[in-house]
Design a protein around this ligand. Structure first.
Ligand code: FMN
Length: 140
């Protein structure tokens, strides 16, 4: 069974408070560590982008569970690729609230101001670039 890397976007059901985001992260990190899933979650203005990576079956199970979560809606798969290397190696679930670091990201204004589902799904490599640039600026 191979490894996959999956990225989806979704809309929060309401504007998330910090304690709500913290609660999602705590559970995610606990669960993901147990099943060796790594990844990163970005949140900005009611909009989530999440990368999940690990064994295919496991990642799909986690993704199915996440899709049913009513704290977000319009869950859209951006890409799902076989991979041999993890992008987020030892991260149980990195997190970034985009506003906190966006000024530091080079090129931010050109495309991050509109991380809409359409923008990312029409060209999935954009999602990967987005996650890569945030990987460099994310606290764990
Ligand atoms: C945007 C978002 C991202 C989430 N990411 C994860 C995740 O990576 N791993 C995870 O186990 N749960 C994640 N969850 C939470 C799940 O939907 C679900 O509430 C949780 O896994 C249930 O855990 P439990 O069975 O231990 O109570 C996420 C939820 C939301 C809204």
């Amino acid at each position: 069974m191979g490894m996959i890397s999956l990225v989806y976007v979704s809309s929060a059901s309401h504007d998330m408070r910090d304690d709500e985001l913290k609660a999602i992260l705590e559970v995610s990190r606990r669960n993901n560590e147990k099943c060796d899933v790594t990844g990163m979650l970005l949140y900005r203005d009611g909009f989530f982008i999440q990368a999940l990576e690990g064994e295919e079956d496991t990642v799909m199970e986690v993704f199915e569970k996440i899709k049913r979560d009513d704290r977000h809606k319009n869950v859209i798969l951006v890409y799902r690729n076989q991979t041999t290397q993890r992008m987020f190696g030892s991260w149980k679930m990195g997190f970034n609230k985009l506003r906190d670091t966006e000024e530091k990201i080079e090129g931010y204004t050109t495309w991050l101001r509109r991380p809409t589902a359409e923008f990312l799904t029409e060209e999935p490599s954009r999602a990967r670039l987005l996650l890569e640039s945030f990987r460099e600026h994310t606290f764990f």
